[in-house]
Ligand binder design. Structure first.
Ligand SMILES: Nc1ncnc2c1ncn2[C@@H]1O[C@H](COP(=O)(O)OP(=O)(O)OP(=O)(O)O)[C@@H](O)[C@H]1O
Length: 296
């Protein structure tokens, strides 16, 4: 299967500070990718590099086999909805749709109109008078109706109410299935991502902490709970991702390829949120391997 996004030692510096560093990932086509990490981790920077809005300082990135933003054909294949839903405040909803139709060769007029009607957006209203959530819905409509092959969404649902969020996620999944759309979606709402994502990237401190298929990542990580002890007394071959201790008890999240049969430990599986939090909690250390899963 072709990769929708390939990054090799990708880095971006603002002034003297790296916003993204040594980012190497392969995202297969047809996936819904959840991009998570703490504030300032580098998520928006990665998404802007992928959509051609920023130039790398180091390394390289290809999207759908081409340089991001290099040609109008390449731009037409990638949809991007920014975190701050940039619209033209003086233009009406209908004028935004007309602009979308003029700028995008694959524009789906029926879909755009249906979506606007279903959301109850009034075509004659100016974007500057819409609520934050309504603006986000309009921006999302423009991104989806463009019919891109890859849709990049930077915190698209943050300003939507819970019902609208659920509805949007459902529509997104329909578009993935019907139009073979690939999606990269950044969000702090892991419970939403859990429902739709089959590929996960955790960024923290400008580095990729983990990347791979959600099922395989969940199968390869465990929580170990037992009497307090140091990590060097853990069974061999386990990478410690996070550790917490009380006076009497230690709790580790470990990555391992083999089953753990050690009666000294209670072994429990992890959910997506536990996994994400463990990697976000991880202190950057030079010697700790980045758990990047390679495509099969
Ligand atoms: N235009 C800019 N000029 C200087 N520094 C920037 C610029 N944009 C981002 N940064 C810095 O780069 C780092 C990564 O920012 P980025 O916006 O990519 O993080 P993020 O993971 O998207 O954060 P959030 O979850 O808060 O949206 C931060 O330290 C931020 O301050």
């Amino acid at each position: 299967m072709t990769a929708v996004l390939e990054a090799r030692a990708l880095g971006k510096k603002y002034g003297r500070r790296w916003a993204l560093s040594e980012c190497t990932i392969d995202i297969p086509a047809g996936r819904v990718v959840g991009l998570v990490g703490p504030n300032g981790a580098g998520k928006t920077t990665l998404l802007k590099l992928a959509s051609g809005q920023l130039e790398p300082t180091a390394g390289g990135i290809t999207v759908l086999g081409g340089w991001p933003g290099s040609t109008s054909a390449q731009l037409a294949r990638v949809g991007f909805v920014a975190q701050d839903t940039p619209l033209y405040p003086a233009l009406t909803v209908a004028e935004h749709l007309r602009l979308g139709a003029r700028l995008n060769p694959g524009w789906d007029e029926v879909m755009a109109r249906d979506r606007i009607a279903r959301l109850g957006l009034v075509p004659a209203h100016r974007a500057g008078r819409l609520s934050g959530g309504q603006r986000a819905q309009l921006a999302l409509t423009l991104g989806v109706a463009k019919r891109p092959e890859l849709l990049i969404l930077d915190e698209p649902v943050a300003s939507l109410d819970p019902l609208a969020r659920r509805e949007f996620m459902r529509e997104l999944m329909e578009a993935v299935v019907e139009h073979r759309l690939s999606v990269v979606l950044s969000s702090h709402l892991i419970s939403d991502l859990e429902k739709v994502c089959d590929f996960l990237i955790v960024l923290a401190g400008s580095h990729v902490r983990v990347a791979g298929e959600v099922d395989r990542l969940l199968a390869g990580h465990h929580r170990l709970t037992g009497p307090r002890r140091d990590p060097d007394r853990l069974p061999a071959g386990r990478h410690v991702i996070s550790a917490r201790h009380t006076d009497r008890q230690s709790t580790y999240v470990v990555r391992t390829d083999s089953p753990i049969h050690d009666p000294a430990w209670t072994v429990t599986p992890l959910g997506l949120e536990d996994l994400v939090l463990a990697y976000m909690d991880e202190r950057p250390t030079k010697n700790r391997p980045v758990a990047t899963e390679v495509r099969r």
